[in-house]
Design a protein around this ligand. Sequence first.
Ligand code: SAM
Length: 326
Amino acid sequence: MAFSFNFDIPLKTEETTDKETIDGEAKDVVTKCSEASTTVPKKLKDAIEHKPLLDPLSHLENWVPETITIGALPPLLCLNESVFEKTASEREDSEEILAKTRTENSDLITGVYEGGLKIWECTYDLLEYIDDEGETFSGKSVLDLGCGAGILGILALKRGARKVDFQDYNSTVIEQLTIPNVFLNCEDGSDDEETGEKNGSPPTKKKALNASQTSPLDCCGFFSGDWNSFLTLLQKKKPSPKYDIIFTSETIYNTDYYSSLHSVFCDLLAENGIVYLATKSHYFGVGGGLNLFEKFVEQNNVFQMKHLKDVEQGLKRHIVSLTFKK
Ligand SMILES: C[S@@+](CC[C@H](N)C(=O)[O-])C[C@H]1O[C@@H](n2cnc3c(N)ncnc32)[C@H](O)[C@@H]1O
């Protein structure tokens, strides 16, 4: 799958296009963004909670795990995205995103497929940041928001989080990538098991958990659907969850979604919790970026945003945190 945003996506407002790149006029843009964010262009997907199969890898032939190794972090296993290209026709895909991404040759089709089938580069930045800071997640409740492959949540799980929920826009992503990845990293209940990739031989499939074993999967929740509807779904739970940590990587490219994203932060972050947001400076062809989101956050006056790390090579990327203003 090509690494590109769909540059043909119609931009939401002419005003946003004209001014988004001009820092000095950002205030104007923010006003436009917050207006635009209340009018979502088309019906978005309703949220649902997914119950994982006992062995979500069992129906996959020839799956190929990749190992992500960063600093002192535990190795993180992930299905290689090529598995989707090779097996698209055999897979259940009621959303038809596997077919659409191929025919449209795009990593993003607004309101249809929001990019979760591949790992985006800011996720690696955030992993490196976590490695540098030595965060352990012990006993914490974590939400991987817009999770895609779920690598950030999986790390939290492996590092002792009490509860990890995964959310992605697309149910196909949750069922065919996120859940298998979590399973892949937690099989047999042992966290740091190796892949079996030794002496150049291919990795071996490991034994699935049997029904009586307790599994790290038991402390995971999996959700698909758009953020507004996800929030409504979680607020109906008794008690409604609050998260100590919300990870969200490469999720602020579309200004139309800022309002719902901000509401998720407001309503689901614990009082002393922290949002880690990893993002590019600007998403060309789509419209959003850190500057616009920062203005949006300032205007709403609920969170304090702190810049934690800037990556200057290539297209600028950033890690920022959001915490409630006291
Ligand atoms: C570009 S992908 C990034 C995936 C992953 N976080 C990563 O860095 O590899 C953006 C993700 O944000 C989520 N997303 C974007 N807009 C959304 C919306 N309006 N409602 C729910 N999820 C949304 C999608 O689930 C999608 O996977």
